[in-house]
Design a protein around this ligand. Structure first.
Ligand code: MN
Length: 228
């Protein structure tokens, strides 16, 4: 058996200190997972259990690769985020055991066509056009748990053209990394290759062509993306 056309290349993410790459199966994203960001989006952070959306794996963009300003938007937003890479199959895991399934961590940017997302939100429609567009998932190299341990208390920041726009700490996640894995693994059997964008802190805002976005989480490789 063959295929009627050449299958697309498998999406993958670089791994710190390795020639090998992390093959990506799915990209899950957590919505409104920092209280101050939930408030700036007009929502009450105290009343919501975690919720999720997804991006297609071919939306991934390597560190340092330019992102074309996407079509059909006048309000492209950055969202600096900690990304968790899952290394082992798991379903219905407890919070206590959840970190056993983590392969490593990376810095990501959940690029968002905010105008399309908010229009969909107000109409009760899916967020795909606002969140899952081409080139919407820049991700820097993954650092393995052996290299950096687990990340629960670390500065997370984002700058545009050198000016800090987001500055928070992973310890402010409403749903921590183990809590997200435990909850998500009750909804989906998680598999090696799954990525989880864990949510963005307050300070989201728009970028335009020519802007350079840098995202950092202490201990991890910084992610740089130019919008062109
Ligand atoms: Mn996000």
């Amino acid at each position: 058996m063959g295929y009627v056309f050449e299958p697309p290349a498998l999406s993958s993410v670089a791994i710190h200190g390795s020639k090998d790459r992390f093959p990506v199966r799915r990209i899950f994203c957590v919505g409104r997972n920092y209280a101050a960001h939930a408030r700036e989006m007009g929502r009450d952070p105290d009343r919501e259990p975690p919720f999720y959306f997804m991006k297609p794996t071919d939306a991934l963009v390597d560190n340092g690769v330019d992102v074309p300003y996407p079509p059909q938007t006048g309000n492209l937003h950055y969202e600096g985020e900690l990304v968790v890479a899952i290394g082992k199959e798991c379903a219905n895991v407890s919070t206590e055991n959840a970190l056993d399934y983590v392969f490593g961590y990376a810095v990501g940017n959940d690029l968002t066509r905010r105008d399309l997302q908010l229009d969909a939100r107000e109409k009760g429609r899916p967020w795909d056009t606002g969140k899952g567009f081409d080139h919407s998932a820049p991700c820097a190299e993954i650092h393995t748990v052996d290299q950096v341990g687990h990340i629960s208390d670390a500065r997370i920041w984002l700058s545009v053209n050198g000016e800090i726009r987001q500055d928070s700490n992973i310890n402010k996640l409403i749903w921590s990394v183990p809590e997200v894995i435990a909850n998500l693994s009750g909804l989906f059997k998680l598999e090696p290759g799954d990525l989880i964008y864990t949510g963005t802190p307050e300070g989201v805002g728009a970028v335009v062509a020519g802007d350079v976005i840098r995202v950092g989480v202490d201990g991890l490789t910084e992610l740089e993306t130019k919008i062109v």
